[in-house]
Design a protein around this ligand. Structure first.
Ligand code: DAH
Length: 344
């Protein structure tokens, strides 16, 4: 008899202990299943009553009934509390709906200046019949140098400080020119492509240099290609890009292993007539290199140099973006600072 009494008391304290630890409606439901359902703890206690003697039943029965009423009342009370909490929360949500908390105008992003300029450039070249082409930024020694007539011991390799990867023979492309080779191999002449893309050079950073920058490569292959076609294309592009009909170009002889002859192209300053800070008072701005494709390069691209010729050019796309938007520090363009980018 002492046993059943102890048993009831310890169950009661367990029940109240666990009920006090219930924090959510879900937990309350789990608690109900554990204790008050048909196969719950309380029912199990009732079952034990059956095994007692008549004498014991007389004392334990009423005790059990008292316990049953006590625990079900406590449970109902707790249930009501949770229901009230739910209603209070609901009301709070409704009464505290603050319409002014929502900003009617959400801040919207804008396209990066690079993206904007690339879209303009692509439109211009597409209107001249060029195709936009992409290429890998991780290149092999062969595509970046060898195929472009820059063999291993060639001094031209010194012009480009290369980021070599730890994997042998692989590098971050130092210019977009290797895409010329990919494009020639993937297509049949005649072809006309432009490649806006990133290039990497292992050099220290200042206002006009960064270890990553963008170039715009161009390649045109056909029969009887001349320098005149190259210059006309350059001039048309620059005039359309800067929206100035009177932009002139100036050609200086230069050397790039992948073209012969090679030239450097300057354009008349689109921002002044007498010299300004952009053109450093020279009235001319350097735009990039160009020339007629070297037969070695055509061969590397699988094109017969006896049948076809071509022109190629490589512009500083980063420079074009900086000129177009008057950005004086390349690091700003690459910094991804919202305050700076918001202007565009
Ligand atoms: N790849 C050269 C560089 O990075 C630029 C260049 C010069 C590209 C002349 C050309 C070209 O296609 O014909 O400095």
């Amino acid at each position: 008899m002492a046993d059943i009494n102890t048993c009831l008391r310890s169950y009661e304290s367990l029940f109240f202990q666990e009920l006090s630890e219930v924090n959510t409606a879900q937990e309350l439901e789990l608690f109900r299943t554990k204790h008050l359902s048909r196969h719950g703890e309380l029912s199990k206690l009732m079952q034990q009553l059956k095994d007692l003697s008549l004498e014991e039943k007389k004392t334990a029965g009423p005790l059990l009934n008292v316990l049953k009423v006590k625990v079900s009342d406590a449970f109902t009370q707790r249930e009501k509390e949770f229901e009230q909490m739910r209603i209070d929360h609901q009301n709070m949500l409704l009464t505290h709906f603050d319409v002014t908390a929502y900003k009617p105008v959400q801040p919207t992003g804008s396209l990066h200046p690079y993206t904007q300029v690339i879209e303009i450039i692509e439109d211009i070249f597409v209107s001249m019949g060029f195709e936009i082409v992409d290429g890998p930024e991780v290149e092999t020694d062969y595509y970046n140098f060898e195929a472009l007539n820059i063999p291993k011991d060639h001094p031209a390799r010194d012009m480009q400080d290369t980021f070599w990867l730890t994997l042998p023979g692989l590098l971050m492309r130092t210019h977009t020119s290797p895409v010329e080779i990919h494009a020639m191999r993937d297509r049949k002449p005649p072809l006309a492509i432009v490649v806006p893309g990133r290039a990497y050079r292992n050099e220290s950073t200042d206002a006009s240099h960064d270890f990553m920058f963008m170039q715009l490569e161009g390649l045109f292959i056909d029969k009887n290609v001349s320098l005149a076609q190259l210059f006309a294309t350059m001039k048309t592009f620059l005039q359309t890009f800067f929206e100035k009909k009177n932009i002139a170009i100036k050609i200086r002889p230069s050397y790039f292993p992948f073209v012969e002859p090679g030239v450097e192209i300057d354009m008349s300053c689109p921002f002044c007539t007498h010299g300004c800070s952009v053109c450093k008072k020279t009235k001319w701005i350097e735009i990039g290199g160009a020339g007629l494709c070297h037969p070695v390069v055509l061969k590397a691209g699988g094109i017969d140099p006896k049948e076809y010729g071509g022109f190629a050019f490589g512009f500083g796309l980063t420079r074009l973006v900086m000129l177009k938007y008057g950005i004086t520090d390349i690091r700003l363009l690459h910094s991804n600072k919202i305050d700076f980018l918001k202007q565009f």
